[in-house]
Ligand binder design. Structure first.
Ligand SMILES: Cc1cc2nc3c(=O)[nH]c(=O)nc-3n(C[C@H](O)[C@H](O)[C@H](O)COP(=O)(O)O)c2cc1C
Length: 203
């Protein structure tokens, strides 16, 4: 698929056929994503590719719709019911996806800051740069898979269950998202580009 065509036809896919997703294609998409731009060329991403059904189910099951009291302390979620529903949707999507890719930030830049204080502007700036960098890699995987006819959805909601997922996968890194991957059950409608005046200023 040509790049413009890939961008025009890409959609999030949450319903997958039972067709097996070839490992070499998933690995190729991840290898291509390793070329993504990153702050200081730090390439702060790491991926756990999970085909194993038991492990995948374990990760799906932590998405129980409950919000960790410690995590939401002092945070006023605009709509707790919506968050709960998105989490339960993630549970189903992860369970039914033939493969998931768990995306981590290895924090190479943050680790250079000794004893960092999270309220410090320097921490926030560096943290943002790492997340922006990892996001590039996530989008690269999503697009590369789509160009091979494979669907995926980028899910941020698993971050609310970070500690459980870290325990399951014995990870010390920061959870950024989970991509659920599979051949699409149906063809999604193409999205329309909005009137550019809504989001572009030309000087
Ligand atoms: C940072 C980020 C987090 C997202 N988190 C979720 C999620 O937790 N669950 C989900 O079903 N979709 C999630 N999505 C997918 C969006 O819902 C989707 O991209 C959006 O609705 C636009 O639809 P499209 O991708 O088909 O164009 C996320 C996308 C991004 C970029």
């Amino acid at each position: 698929m040509e790049l413009q065509e890939t961008l025009l036809s890409r959609r999030s896919v949450r319903k997958f056929s039972s067709k097996e997703v070839e490992k070499n294609k998933v690995i190729r998409a991840i290898e291509l994503a390793d070329l993504s731009p990153s702050a200081h060329n730090s390439r702060p991403w790491r991926f756990d590719v999970i085909y194993n059904k038991d492990l995948k189910t374990k990760i799906a099951e932590v998405h129980d719709g409950k919000l960790d009291k410690k995590l939401i302390k002092g945070v006023n979620f605009p709509n707790k019911l919506r968050v709960k529903l998105i989490m339960l949707l993630a549970k189903r999507v992860i369970k039914n996806a033939p493969v998931i890719i768990v995306v981590w930030n290895t924090c190479p830049l943050l680790n250079l800051l000794k004893d960092y204080d999270k309220s410090n502007i320097k921490y926030q700036f560096i943290h943002d740069m790492e997340i922006e960098s990892v996001s590039n890699a996530i989008y690269s995987i999503h697009l590369a898979l789509h160009s091979m006819g494979i669907g995926s959805v980028w899910m941020g909601i698993p971050v609310l269950k970070e500690s459980e997922i870290k325990d399951i996968l014995k990870s010390k890194d920061q959870l950024v998202s989970i991509l659920a991957v599979g051949y699409p059950l149906y063809k999604s409608r193409e999205k329309k580009i909005r009137d550019k005046n809504l989001f572009v200023n030309i000087y």
